[in-house]
Design a binder for this molecule. Structure first.
Ligand code: OOG
Ligand code: NI
Length: 272
């Protein structure tokens, strides 16, 4: 599978879960913009056949290289940023949940899910858009995970797929600031993730980012109970050159920490 086929399959799976992404992309194209994807992101458990180290070889096979590690102590996550084989391809952000930092009860729920995965599930790159590789959890299990980790609860029902694509603001010509981009997104009736402020980061840290609130869907839990859940979101990123004139390639942990919250089911009321 070449890198174009990889991202095309990933995008098709993502927009099926995230109708807002197609709507946003169509609006910018109608405005005369060219869409360049800054990065995509994946989430996983550090358990069973789908650990970060089991998924990473698929990125390396496409020519990606590990760039920088990130750690999110409070969210109990670790992650790596990856650089693409050519600058016109998206970067990748791959994170995993440090399951042993959750309670025994939550770990038992996660073990019950990952034990259903076939041992050879991660041998093909399509594992990265395979979705939920286990039966739907019960609503009670989902809520138990939610008490300790929004990420764990989200992953238990959504599974493996791109949780967001990211429009490169650098590649836009009319909407050349995050603020203009967000105003346009809001004009479509979509909400912006307010955590840490609408715009996260700054020119000083060489990266400004913002994201939508994830789409919502009704999900049928084990036993047939239905509840509204968060699916996936869209992000917007503007990169700045460093002192050597090279465009910043990394992520910013303090901003990423807030971007994760785009899929939170419970959104904090905004301060202002
Ligand atoms: C990834 C959040 C981090 C970024 O650009 O900082 C991120 C996630 O929600 O899984 O994508
Ligand atoms: Ni991102």
């Amino acid at each position: 599978m070449d890198i174009q086929q990889f991202f095309s399959a990933l995008w098709h799976d993502y927009v099926a879960m995230t109708p807002q992404a197609q709507k946003i992309q169509d609006a910018f194209i109608a405005d005369g913009e060219t869409i360049v994807n800054d990065h995509v992101a994946f989430r996983t458990f550090d358990r069973g056949p789908i650990t970060l180290s089991a998924l990473e070889p698929h990125l390396l096979a496409l020519g990606y290289t590990r760039f920088a590690p990130y750690d999110f102590r409070e969210k109990k996550l670790r992650a790596f940023g990856y650089l693409p084989p050519s600058p016109d391809m998206p970067r990748v952000f791959l994170s995993e949940l440090k399951c042993h930092e959750l309670s025994e009860r939550a770990q038992a729920i996660i073990d019950g899910l990952v034990s259903q995965i076939s041992p050879d599930a991660a041998t093909q790159p399509s594992v990265l858009w395979s979705g939920r590789l286990w039966k739907a959890p019960s609503f009670e299990q989902y809520q138990r995970l939610m008490e300790e980790s929004e990420y764990a609860a989200w992953l238990s029902i959504i599974g493996l797929r791109a949780n967001h694509f990211t429009i490169s603001v650098n590649a836009l010509s009319h909407h050349d600031t995050l603020d203009k981009v967000l105003t346009r997104v809001e004009s479509l009736g979509l909400g912006i993730n307010p955590a840490g402020g609408r715009i996260k980061g700054s020119p000083e840290v060489l990266l400004e980012q913002a994201s939508t609130l994830a789409d919502r869907q009704t999900f049928t839990f084990a036993g047939g109970e239905e509840h509204e859940i968060s699916t996936c979101y869209y992000e917007f990123a503007r990169r700045y050159p460093d002192a050597d004139g090279e465009l910043y390639q990394g992520f910013v942990a303090a901003s990423a920490d807030k971007i994760f919250e785009s899929t939170n089911v419970r959104q904090e009321p905004t301060a202002s």
